[in-house]
Write a protein that binds this ligand. Structure first.
Ligand code: ACO
Length: 194
Protein backbone atom coordinates (compact mmCIF):
# COMPACT_ATOMS: atom_id res chain seq x y z
CA UNK A 1 0.00 0.00 0.00
CA UNK A 2 1.64 3.19 -1.16
CA UNK A 3 1.21 6.74 0.06
CA UNK A 4 2.19 10.10 -1.45
CA UNK A 5 4.63 10.69 1.43
CA UNK A 6 7.62 8.96 3.01
CA UNK A 7 6.24 6.18 5.24
CA UNK A 8 9.70 5.57 6.68
CA UNK A 9 9.64 9.05 8.20
CA UNK A 10 6.08 8.46 9.43
CA UNK A 11 6.52 4.97 10.88
CA UNK A 12 10.20 4.68 11.81
CA UNK A 13 11.03 1.00 12.33
CA UNK A 14 10.14 -1.84 9.94
CA UNK A 15 7.51 -2.90 12.49
CA UNK A 16 6.24 0.19 14.26
CA UNK A 17 4.24 -0.02 17.45
CA UNK A 18 1.49 2.57 17.82
CA UNK A 19 -0.75 3.08 20.84
CA UNK A 20 -3.41 5.66 21.70
CA UNK A 21 -0.85 8.47 21.59
CA UNK A 22 -0.28 7.84 17.86
CA UNK A 23 3.47 8.35 18.17
CA UNK A 24 5.52 5.38 16.96
CA UNK A 25 8.64 4.68 19.01
CA UNK A 26 11.77 4.85 16.86
CA UNK A 27 10.42 7.43 14.47
CA UNK A 28 13.04 9.81 13.24
CA UNK A 29 12.78 13.56 13.56
CA UNK A 30 10.84 15.74 15.98
CA UNK A 31 8.20 13.78 17.89
CA UNK A 32 5.42 16.33 17.54
CA UNK A 33 5.68 17.32 13.90
CA UNK A 34 2.12 17.94 12.86
CA UNK A 35 2.43 16.71 9.29
CA UNK A 36 3.89 13.36 10.42
CA UNK A 37 1.00 12.91 12.83
CA UNK A 38 -1.49 13.69 10.10
CA UNK A 39 0.23 11.25 7.75
CA UNK A 40 0.17 8.54 10.40
CA UNK A 41 -3.56 9.11 10.81
CA UNK A 42 -3.94 8.68 7.04
CA UNK A 43 -1.95 5.41 7.10
CA UNK A 44 -4.06 4.00 9.95
CA UNK A 45 -7.36 5.07 8.37
CA UNK A 46 -6.44 3.61 4.97
CA UNK A 47 -5.25 0.34 6.52
CA UNK A 48 -8.49 0.10 8.50
CA UNK A 49 -10.56 0.63 5.36
CA UNK A 50 -8.58 -1.95 3.38
CA UNK A 51 -8.93 -4.51 6.17
CA UNK A 52 -12.69 -3.95 6.42
CA UNK A 53 -13.02 -4.35 2.66
CA UNK A 54 -10.94 -7.56 2.70
CA UNK A 55 -13.18 -9.00 5.43
CA UNK A 56 -16.46 -7.78 3.94
CA UNK A 57 -17.21 -5.66 7.03
CA UNK A 58 -19.71 -2.80 6.65
CA UNK A 59 -17.33 -0.33 8.37
CA UNK A 60 -13.69 -0.28 9.51
CA UNK A 61 -12.96 -1.46 13.03
CA UNK A 62 -9.60 0.31 12.94
CA UNK A 63 -9.13 4.07 12.51
CA UNK A 64 -6.93 6.77 14.03
CA UNK A 65 -9.89 8.15 16.00
CA UNK A 66 -10.71 4.70 17.43
CA UNK A 67 -7.06 4.19 18.34
CA UNK A 68 -7.11 7.41 20.35
CA UNK A 69 -10.15 6.39 22.34
CA UNK A 70 -9.05 2.81 23.14
CA UNK A 71 -6.08 1.16 24.75
CA UNK A 72 -5.26 -0.89 21.69
CA UNK A 73 -1.85 -1.50 20.18
CA UNK A 74 -1.19 -1.47 16.45
CA UNK A 75 1.77 -3.21 14.87
CA UNK A 76 2.35 -1.79 11.38
CA UNK A 77 4.74 -3.49 8.96
CA UNK A 78 6.43 -1.57 6.16
CA UNK A 79 8.88 -2.73 3.52
CA UNK A 80 12.46 -1.58 3.08
CA UNK A 81 13.30 1.99 2.25
CA UNK A 82 12.93 2.64 -1.48
CA UNK A 83 15.94 3.56 -3.53
CA UNK A 84 16.14 6.90 -5.34
CA UNK A 85 12.70 8.39 -5.71
CA UNK A 86 10.70 5.20 -4.91
CA UNK A 87 8.99 5.28 -1.55
CA UNK A 88 8.60 2.49 0.98
CA UNK A 89 5.16 0.89 1.15
CA UNK A 90 3.03 -0.36 4.04
CA UNK A 91 2.56 -4.15 3.99
CA UNK A 92 -0.04 -4.69 6.70
CA UNK A 93 -0.97 -4.41 10.36
CA UNK A 94 -2.12 -6.30 13.42
CA UNK A 95 -4.21 -4.75 16.19
CA UNK A 96 -4.46 -6.22 19.69
CA UNK A 97 -5.90 -5.11 23.01
CA UNK A 98 -7.03 -6.43 26.40
CA UNK A 99 -10.75 -6.97 26.87
CA UNK A 100 -12.90 -8.19 29.74
CA UNK A 101 -14.80 -11.22 28.47
CA UNK A 102 -16.96 -14.00 29.81
CA UNK A 103 -15.57 -17.18 28.35
CA UNK A 104 -16.83 -20.74 28.53
CA UNK A 105 -14.43 -23.48 29.57
CA UNK A 106 -14.68 -27.16 28.63
CA UNK A 107 -17.37 -27.84 31.22
CA UNK A 108 -19.51 -24.95 29.91
CA UNK A 109 -18.86 -22.81 33.01
CA UNK A 110 -18.52 -19.04 32.57
CA UNK A 111 -15.16 -17.55 33.45
CA UNK A 112 -14.45 -13.84 33.66
CA UNK A 113 -11.13 -13.16 32.00
CA UNK A 114 -9.21 -10.27 30.48
CA UNK A 115 -7.19 -11.83 27.67
CA UNK A 116 -5.14 -10.12 25.02
CA UNK A 117 -7.40 -10.15 21.95
CA UNK A 118 -6.58 -10.16 18.26
CA UNK A 119 -8.89 -7.43 17.01
CA UNK A 120 -7.88 -6.72 13.41
CA UNK A 121 -5.26 -8.20 11.09
CA UNK A 122 -4.55 -7.41 7.47
CA UNK A 123 -1.81 -7.96 4.90
CA UNK A 124 -2.12 -6.26 1.52
CA UNK A 125 -3.78 -8.53 -1.06
CA UNK A 126 -0.70 -8.61 -3.31
CA UNK A 127 1.51 -9.78 -0.44
CA UNK A 128 -0.57 -12.39 1.37
CA UNK A 129 0.94 -15.86 1.82
CA UNK A 130 4.50 -14.47 1.76
CA UNK A 131 5.13 -14.80 5.51
CA UNK A 132 4.44 -11.15 6.38
CA UNK A 133 1.47 -12.01 8.57
CA UNK A 134 3.67 -14.36 10.55
CA UNK A 135 6.37 -11.70 10.87
CA UNK A 136 3.82 -9.28 12.33
CA UNK A 137 2.32 -11.90 14.64
CA UNK A 138 5.74 -13.02 15.93
CA UNK A 139 6.70 -9.42 16.61
CA UNK A 140 3.49 -8.90 18.56
CA UNK A 141 3.90 -12.13 20.61
CA UNK A 142 7.46 -11.16 21.57
CA UNK A 143 6.60 -7.57 22.35
CA UNK A 144 3.52 -8.50 24.42
CA UNK A 145 5.33 -11.49 26.01
CA UNK A 146 2.38 -13.64 25.02
CA UNK A 147 1.84 -17.30 24.14
CA UNK A 148 -0.47 -17.84 21.14
CA UNK A 149 -2.88 -20.17 23.01
CA UNK A 150 -3.51 -17.42 25.61
CA UNK A 151 -5.07 -15.13 22.97
CA UNK A 152 -8.75 -14.57 22.22
CA UNK A 153 -9.54 -13.81 18.59
CA UNK A 154 -12.43 -11.54 17.63
CA UNK A 155 -14.53 -13.02 14.81
CA UNK A 156 -11.66 -14.70 12.95
CA UNK A 157 -11.92 -15.05 9.17
CA UNK A 158 -11.29 -18.41 7.48
CA UNK A 159 -7.88 -17.10 6.42
CA UNK A 160 -6.97 -16.22 9.98
CA UNK A 161 -8.16 -19.60 11.28
CA UNK A 162 -5.95 -21.29 8.64
CA UNK A 163 -3.07 -19.00 9.64
CA UNK A 164 -3.38 -19.87 13.35
CA UNK A 165 -3.65 -23.56 12.55
CA UNK A 166 -0.60 -23.52 10.29
CA UNK A 167 1.80 -21.38 12.31
CA UNK A 168 0.72 -22.04 15.89
CA UNK A 169 -1.08 -25.40 15.81
CA UNK A 170 -4.27 -23.77 17.12
CA UNK A 171 -6.87 -26.15 15.75
CA UNK A 172 -9.13 -27.04 18.69
CA UNK A 173 -11.43 -24.09 19.51
CA UNK A 174 -13.39 -24.10 22.77
CA UNK A 175 -16.97 -23.18 21.76
CA UNK A 176 -18.17 -19.74 22.93
CA UNK A 177 -21.45 -17.85 22.80
CA UNK A 178 -19.82 -14.53 21.88
CA UNK A 179 -17.84 -13.70 18.71
CA UNK A 180 -14.50 -14.54 20.26
CA UNK A 181 -12.62 -17.73 19.57
CA UNK A 182 -10.23 -19.27 22.08
CA UNK A 183 -8.29 -22.47 21.70
CA UNK A 184 -7.31 -25.54 23.65
CA UNK A 185 -4.72 -24.48 26.20
CA UNK A 186 -6.38 -21.16 27.03
CA UNK A 187 -7.46 -22.32 30.49
CA UNK A 188 -4.71 -24.84 31.10
CA UNK A 189 -2.00 -22.45 29.91
CA UNK A 190 -0.34 -24.92 27.57
CA UNK A 191 -0.79 -25.90 23.93
CA UNK A 192 -2.87 -28.91 22.92
CA UNK A 193 -1.02 -31.91 21.52
CA UNK A 194 -1.31 -31.87 17.71
N1 ACO B 1 -6.74 -18.84 2.05
C1 ACO B 1 -6.51 -19.69 3.05
N2 ACO B 1 -5.55 -19.52 3.99
C2 ACO B 1 -4.79 -18.41 3.90
C3 ACO B 1 -4.97 -17.46 2.88
C4 ACO B 1 -5.99 -17.71 1.92
N3 ACO B 1 -6.23 -16.90 0.89
N4 ACO B 1 -4.08 -16.46 3.06
C5 ACO B 1 -3.34 -16.79 4.15
N5 ACO B 1 -3.77 -17.97 4.67
C6 ACO B 1 -3.22 -18.67 5.84
C7 ACO B 1 -2.72 -20.05 5.37
O1 ACO B 1 -2.61 -20.88 6.52
C8 ACO B 1 -1.36 -19.71 4.84
O2 ACO B 1 -0.51 -20.84 4.70
P1 ACO B 1 -0.49 -21.63 3.26
O3 ACO B 1 -0.19 -20.58 2.23
O4 ACO B 1 0.60 -22.63 3.43
O5 ACO B 1 -1.86 -22.22 3.09
C9 ACO B 1 -0.84 -18.77 5.88
O6 ACO B 1 -2.01 -18.01 6.29
C10 ACO B 1 0.23 -17.87 5.33
O7 ACO B 1 0.87 -17.21 6.39
P2 ACO B 1 1.44 -15.76 6.15
O8 ACO B 1 1.97 -15.61 4.77
O9 ACO B 1 2.35 -15.43 7.28
O10 ACO B 1 0.09 -14.92 6.31
P3 ACO B 1 -0.40 -13.62 5.49
O11 ACO B 1 0.74 -12.70 5.27
O12 ACO B 1 -1.20 -14.03 4.31
O13 ACO B 1 -1.37 -12.93 6.57
C11 ACO B 1 -3.75 -12.71 7.00
C12 ACO B 1 -2.49 -13.63 7.08
C13 ACO B 1 -3.48 -11.44 7.82
C14 ACO B 1 -4.93 -13.46 7.59
C15 ACO B 1 -3.97 -12.32 5.52
O14 ACO B 1 -4.22 -13.48 4.78
C16 ACO B 1 -5.11 -11.33 5.29
O15 ACO B 1 -4.92 -10.12 5.37
N6 ACO B 1 -6.32 -11.83 4.98
C17 ACO B 1 -7.46 -10.96 4.65
C18 ACO B 1 -7.98 -10.22 5.88
C19 ACO B 1 -8.35 -11.17 7.01
O16 ACO B 1 -9.00 -12.19 6.80
N7 ACO B 1 -7.90 -10.79 8.23
C20 ACO B 1 -8.26 -11.48 9.47
C21 ACO B 1 -9.59 -10.95 9.91
S1 ACO B 1 -10.16 -11.57 11.48
C22 ACO B 1 -9.40 -10.61 12.66
O17 ACO B 1 -8.63 -9.75 12.32
C23 ACO B 1 -9.63 -10.87 14.12
Amino acid sequence: MEFPFDVVAVLGERVSVVDQHLRPAGRRGPAHRGDLEQQLRTVIDELGKASAKAQGLPAPVTSAARMESNRHVLYILRDAEGRGSSKAAVIGFLKVGYKKLFLLDHSGAHNEAEPLCVLDFYVHESLQRHGYGRELFQHMLKSERMEPWRLAVDRPSEKLLAFLRKHYGLCHPIPQVNNFVIFEGFFSNRPAPQ
